[in-house]
Write a protein that binds this ligand. Structure first.
Ligand code: PMV
Length: 325
């Protein structure tokens, strides 16, 4: 019986992915580009138990006995079993080393860590590209967590690819956890509803590749000001396409806008501070090492900001322990 523990870090998209080109294969409709974050990580241990019964999942110390999280984990394990010619059930223990109740996406680091741990526990020796493909089938953003630093996932791509190490443009990410917004809907459901009902979805599909290219170029040229402007445009265009759905998909809370206002003030005062938002009310702020302290202090003054996590770029997903009994 082989037990493998893997670590993967969450990533935040700088050029956003929203919408699927193929729902069954889970292929993204637009290209995306992210930064893997050191401060947000998931630690997952997988053991193929040898028993014929189903899979067991323990998330942050709590047994999950049914529902979507267990189904999604089992679907990834099924693909690993098919590749390895295994029939055994698996025990999965996964811990998010960041507040999960915060509404921060844990699916990217979760599925990346699961892909690495499960394939190694099954005796497979997969390349990062093959692991990225395996993780992407569960969650497209998880494909990007297979690598450290800046990572791209092209439209209709099966796997992500590294763009540049974080050291190339060593920005600081401040994750501002805000007071809660409206009840959140899953990214999969939100994308589908946007694609089906928003008249602006076509505009999003047409403009996202150009914005992706601007983000990529700004990173390669290590230009934080240009990157920040393109990153905000990507996030706000994505949210605009959702807001025009019927009924609207709205993740923004009053707190989200308060943080955006504060960033405008900071920029007027000469600071580098740019926002991006995902499927939740929280704001991730890109800033420079030199501006991180005053920007963080200014955000902490807002009563709507519950806490702030500070992160630099993080490393690739990897195996950290392996035991054979
Ligand atoms: O891959 P999913 O289902 O976790 O969707 C990710 C969607 C966003 O976080 C909003 C954007 C992105 O590119 O990460």
């Amino acid at each position: 019986m082989r037990s493998v523990t893997a670590i993967a870090h969450a990533n935040i998209a700088l050029a956003k992915y929203w919408g699927k080109a193929d729902e069954a294969l889970n292929l993204p409709a637009v290209p995306s580009l992210s930064l893997t974050l050191e401060a947000l990580r998931t630690v997952t241990t997988v053991t193929f138990t040898g028993a014929a019964r189903g899979d067991e999942l323990v998330l942050d110390g709590v047994a999950v006995t049914g529902g979507r999280p267990l189904e999604r984990a089992s679907a990834l394990l099924d693909r690993v079993r098919a590749m390895a010619g295994l029939r055994s059930g698996a025990r999965v223990e996964s811990r998010n080393e960041f507040p999960t109740a915060s509404g921060l996406a844990s699916s990217a680091s979760g599925f990346a860590a699961l892909a690495v741990a499960a394939s190694a526990a099954a005796g497979l020796d997969l390349t990062p590209t093959q692991l990225s493909r395996l993780a992407r089938q569960s969650s497209a953003s998880a494909a990007r967590s297979m690598w450290g630093g800046y990572v791209a996932l092209a439209a209709r791509a099966h796997e992500a690819e590294p763009v540049a190490p974080w050291e190339h443009l060593p920005l600081v990410m401040l994750v501002a956890l805000t007071t809660n917004g409206p009840k959140e809907i899953s990214s999969t459901a939100g994308m589908k509803h946007t694609a089906e009902t928003s008249p602006y979805y076509a505009g999003w599909l047409a403009s996202a590749p150009r914005v992706f290219e601007e983000v990529r170029r700004a990173i390669l040229e290590a230009d934080l000001e240009r990157l920040g402007a393109a990153v905000e445009h990507s996030a706000l265009s994505m949210h605009a396409s959702m807001l025009a759905a019927r009924p609207a998909v709205r993740y923004f809370a009053p707190a989200t806008l308060r943080v955006l206002d504060r960033l405008l003030d900071l920029r007027r005062a000469g600071r580098s501070a740019y926002a991006t938002m995902d499927a939740g009310p929280h704001v991730k702020v890109l800033t420079s090492a030199g501006d991180a302290d005053p920007v963080e202090a200014a955000l902490r003054e807002l009563p709507e900001v519950r806490s702030i996590l500070r992160s630099r770029g993080g490393p690739a997903a990897c195996v950290v322990a392996e035991t054979v009994r």
